[in-house]
Design a binder for this molecule. Structure first.
Ligand SMILES: [Zn+2]
Length: 491
């Protein structure tokens, strides 16, 4: 057996913009500072944007293919309900929060040593924002702080440490802060809570947080100032500044999941021909200049048609916290792209089954193989997150025709093998009482003759981290569990 293991070194975002001069606002983000430092450490980060933008383009095409697949109606009724009121989420991201407090704040809840309740408030606010409860779209992304320990008790992933790095850490100390306490960054969104953050010039101008875009494994995550971590309006006893609505974290998670500021490249991307390619790569966020405050009639770019006001309500603007309320669909799509590619290891069902105890209904699934040689009659196993009381139904399509499906059952795993060469679209519907959620993946599994050279249309694959090419059948076949949530580059 000859197996070649490919490690694709994911690279950091390239933002071809000069260092910004930050104006004083109440929602400052030090993302550019972090970016500058990371590029300084390794210029290969510059390749990330190229890869990321290409992935976004592919995902948009793939999403259109997926949307065209109409699942058959559900037959039967009276399905069990496992947990009434669980929100539906396309993705669930496990989160770990590390409180790096002032060494003098020794008692829990005092000063920078914020309480568990404040952390929980922030994650609840984050989930509301990502669910569209304050405005904009439901992104379909939720965040989970809790897990069940071996005794079945719910625990929170919160660590605490007194360290002087909590105060005024420099950009050159980002890696030191992120090394203090952390969980595997390919498996958890790590968030560090600190006292103050400095900018490039070593000044404290009130930066509330910063984030790394996907692209690094060892220096990766989000840092937020302790008094911006939560919603001042509904977190009594919390150590929060009055402007804080907890949306600094929403903004930084946006970066972490691959979206840009709404003022990226100033007024670039101003019409339907280039809005998906320039600026923030979103056509539903009108171009704007870097802003501050809360001026709803602000209109700083006039070259788009029709001329629209600035999207100051968007989480990725620099508006005051009190008026930032929403993400758009195009932003959600970019975040989904990241979760299908660079950050797919966060959201794999087999992983989430181990580490998530949050109440969510999701139809995310994975497969034991994405390719099958024609002579191989063994089954491909598709699996989602098992939950008692929920029902699962699998659908297999070839050439846009439904060729097979499982019955509705309580089994989150389905064994199946493709009987003819070609590309197969796989879909899953999860039923929880009267609630359903489905996931369609066009051209997800391929059956092919491995003795012949690979056809050129399938030559342009994207590989995630630690994917594997297996040559034992005479041709190259992708295998390895880490490959199971990636999507293909053939559309
Ligand atoms: Zn930002």
């Amino acid at each position: 057996m000859k197996t070649k293991r490919l490690l694709i070194v994911v690279t950091m975002l390239c933002l071809l913009q000069s260092t910004k001069t930050f104006a004083q606002t109440d929602t400052l983000c030090g993302y550019q500072t972090a970016y500058n430092w990371l590029v300084q450490q390794d210029s290969s980060y510059l390749n990330f944007e190229i890869q990321h933008v290409e992935n976004i383009k592919r995902y948009r095409n793939w999403k259109a293919l997926n949307a065209a697949v109409q699942l058959p109606p559900i037959t039967g009724s009276g399905y069990a309900t496992s947990a009434i009121g669980c929100p539906k989420a396309k993705f669930i991201v496990p989160v770990a929060v590390h409180i790096i407090h002032d060494p003098t704040d020794t008692s829990l809840g005092s000063g920078t040593n914020i309480s568990d309740a404040q952390v929980e408030n922030q994650i609840e606010e984050l989930n509301k924002y990502f669910a569209g409860q304050s405005g904009g779209v439901n992104t379909g992304i939720q965040f989970c702080l809790t897990y069940k320990d071996i005794n079945g008790n719910t625990q929170k992933r919160i660590t605490r440490r007194g360290d002087n790095l909590t105060t005024n850490h420099l950009p050159s100390e980002i890696d030191d802060v992120m090394a203090l306490d952390k969980l595997d960054q390919t498996r958890y969104l790590n968030i560090w809570v600190v006292k103050t953050i400095l900018t490039d010039g070593g000044q404290d101008i009130g930066v509330r947080g910063y984030s790394t875009m996907p692209g690094r494994i060892d220096v990766d995550g989000i840092v937020v100032r302790y008094n911006s971590f939560g919603n001042y309006n509904n977190c009594s006893g919390c150590n929060l500044a009055s402007p804080s609505r907890g949306n600094t974290l929403a903004h930084e998670v946006g970066h972490y999941l691959g979206i840009w500021h709404t003022f990226q490249d100033s007024c670039a991307g101003n019409d339907t021909s280039d809005c998906a390619l320039k600026g923030d790569r979103c056509c539903d966020t009108p171009p704007m200049l870097q802003n501050s405050g809360c001026n709803y009639s602000s209109n700083t770019c006039h070259n788009e048609s029709p001329d629209e006001d600035d999207p100051i309500e968007n989480f990725m603007s620099y508006s005051s916290e009190s008026c930032k309320t929403s993400f758009t669909q195009d932003q959600a799509d970019i975040m989904h792209t990241t979760l299908y590619t660079h950050r797919s290891s966060l959201v794999q069902p087999s992983w989430l089954a181990q580490v998530s105890s949050c109440c969510n209904i999701t139809a995310t699934f994975e497969a034991t193989a994405l390719q099958r040689c024609s002579g191989d009659t063994s089954a491909v196993y598709f699996s989602s997150i098992a939950s008692s009381g929920r029902s699962y139904q699998w659908f297999m399509y070839r050439n846009d025709t439904l060729i097979d499906s499982s019955g509705v059952s309580g089994n989150a795993v389905y064994a199946w093998h493709p009987s003819q060469n070609g590309m197969y679209t796989i879909a899953l519907r999860v039923i929880d009482g009267s609630d359903t959620i489905s996931e369609v993946r066009s051209n997800y599994v391929q059956r092919l003759d491995c003795g012949t050279p690979l056809a050129s249309p399938y030559g342009n694959w994207y590989f995630g981290q630690y994917c594997e090419l297996n040559f034992k059948q005479g041709g190259s076949v992708i295998s390895g569990s880490c490959c199971t949530t990636l999507f293909w580059g053939i559309y």
